[in-house]
Structure formats: structure tokens, C-alpha cells
Design a protein around this ligand. Structure first.
Ligand code: AP5
Ligand code: MG
Length: 227
């Protein structure tokens, strides 16, 4: 068996604000996986004012998805640097054409789906603060920073995401229903979809953790279901 055959190819899915970034950051503390967030990639391009960043901003500000060809090229390009690692995609694929494009290059082993009701999501997003440079995510109720408004690691200021305005959140949730829910069906039919209920705070992680223990090596850090 070649080295690449043992590498895990995973994706995490769920509506905007379902906790993909939060769960991913816990996963990578404990498992040998690289985390690639399409949203973080786009926000990094926006911060740097690249051509893709300028284009992405026009879609993100309206709560719309970036065109499939742009997004697919961007993510597949990043994945070329990660051929020797197990990885976890967050936010990609988000449409059936994206999933098909990914399938043409990689075989996806597992898709973790976080199932959180829209009402819970709306509440979470109004309380979310992020550190733009790293993508670190906080929530004033669920996982607050040690000091209000300040990133724990760098001491830099936290900001709210432009697309977390209530009217944009509603558009993002509609785009999710129309364009991303069919991707869940796509992976269900392939037999790789694992759905976890995220309605109760802190209950997703132990389930995801137990599941991943059977799939991918752990790092040397002390394992805990409450990291
Ligand atoms: P992206 O950044 O991927 O946004 P999203 O999918 O809308 O997801 P979020 O990052 O908003 O939420 P999350 O699920 O990561 O939740 P989080 O962990 O932060 O994409 C942004 C935009 O880019 C898209 O709208 C689109 O325009 C574009 N885009 C990206 N990918 C694309 C693609 N493939 N194709 C086309 N366009 C694309 O958690 C949310 C909050 O809840 C946080 O405050 C967190 O602290 C809190 N929280 C988390 N877990 C819990 C819990 N268990 N209990 C209580 N609070 C919790
Ligand atoms: Mg995220």
C-alpha cells in the first residue's frame, strides 16, 4: 500500500455557523490532519487584496457563493501542496459541481456533517468574533476570549465578520439550503456521510473525536474529549 493510500481525505459540512471551524480547530489539535477552510482562504485573499479576494468580496457581502470554477481552481491548487498529508476540507465542496470536480482528483473517505437548526445558528453568529489573520473563532457566550475583544495568542483585536449581519446570514442560509444540501445527498449515496447533531453545546466534539480515532493517527498531545 502506497503512502497516499493511508492518508485520510475528509470534509466537514454544515450550514453557516454550524461549528465547522470550531470543530476543525479541535480536531487538528489531536489528529494528524491539515485543515483547509475555503472561507479562511477567501478572507485571506480579501485581506491581501488579490484579484480573487476582490471578486470574492462582491459575492460574500451579498451572502452568495463564489462561482464554482473560481472556487474549485483555488482549492485544488491549495491541495496540490498537501498531497503528502491527511486533510480535512471545511466549506468545500459546497455545490454538487464542486463535489464532482473534487471526486475527479481525490477519493473522499468521510464527510462529517454538523446538523444544527437555523434558529440556533442565527443566535451563534451574532455572538461570533474572529481574529482575521489566523481565522481563530470565538463566541462571547460559548468560547469567549480570555480578554474581551482581544485574540488569546497574539493580543490583536477581534472583529465581527461583515457577512454575519442578520440580513446576510439569512441569504447564506438560503444558499446553503438550495446549493449545499444536495451535496449531503451526493455523499449519502456514496456511503461516506456521517451526521452529528450539534444542537447541544459541546456534544458534537466527543462524537467526532470517537469517530476519528478509528480513522486517523493521533498526535502526541494528550487526548481529551473536552479540549
Ligand atoms: P465560510 O467561512 O466557510 O462560512 P460558512 O460556511 O458560512 O461557515 P462559518 O465559517 O460562518 O461557520 P462555521 O460552520 O465555521 O462555524 P464556526 O465554527 O465559526 O464561507 C464564507 C463565504 O465564503 C460563504 O458564504 C461563500 O460566499 C464563500 N465560500 C466559501 N466556500 C465556498 C465554496 N466552496 N463555494 C462557494 N463559495 C464559498 O461557529 C460559529 C459560531 O458558533 C462561533 O462563534 C462559535 O464559537 C460558535 N459555536 C461553535 N460551536 C458551538 C457550539 N457547539 N455551541 C455553541 N456555540 C458554538
Ligand atoms: Mg468557518
Amino acid at each position: 500500500m502506497g503512502a497516499s493510500a493511508r492518508l485520510l481525505r475528509a470534509a466537514i459540512m454544515g450550514a453557516p455557523g454550524s461549528g465547522k471551524g470550531t470543530v476543525s480547530s479541535r480536531i487538528i489539535k489531536h489528529f494528524e490532519l491539515k485543515h483547509l477552510s475555503s472561507g479562511d482562504l477567501l478572507r485571506d485573499n480579501m485581506l491581501r487584496g488579490t484579484e480573487i479576494g476582490v471578486l470574492a468580496k462582491t459575492f460574500i457581502d451579498q451572502g452568495k457563493l463564489i462561482p464554482d470554477d473560481v472556487m474549485t481552481r483555488l482549492v485544488l491548487h491549495e491541495l496540490k501542496h498537501l498531497t503528502q498529508c491527511s486533510w480535512l476540507l471545511d466549506g468545500f465542496p459546497r455545490t454538487v459541481p464542486q463535489a464532482e470536480a473534487l471526486d475527479r482528483v481525490y477519493q473522499i473517505d468521510t464527510v462529517i456533517n454538523l446538523n444544527v437548526p437555523f434558529e440556533v445558528i442565527k443566535q451563534r453568529l451574532t455572538a461570533r468574533w474572529i481574529h482575521p489573520a489566523s481565522g481563530r473563532v470565538y463566541n462571547i457566550e460559548f468560547n469567549p476570549p480570555k480578554t474581551v475583544g482581544v485574540d488569546d495568542l497574539t493580543g490583536e483585536p477581534l472583529v465581527q465578520r461583515e457577512d454575519d449581519k442578520p440580513e446576510t446570514v439569512i441569504k447564506r442560509l438560503k444558499a446553503y439550503e438550495a446549493q449545499t444540501e444536495p451535496v449531503l445527498e451526493y455523499y449519502r449515496k456514496k456511503g461516506v456521510l456521517e451526521t452529528f447533531s450539534g444542537t447541544e453545546t459541546n456534544k458534537i466534539w466527543p462524537h467526532v473525536y470517537a469517530f476519528l480515532q478509528t480513522k486517523v493517527p493521533q498526535t502526541n498531545q494528550k487526548a481529551s474529549v473536552h479540549p
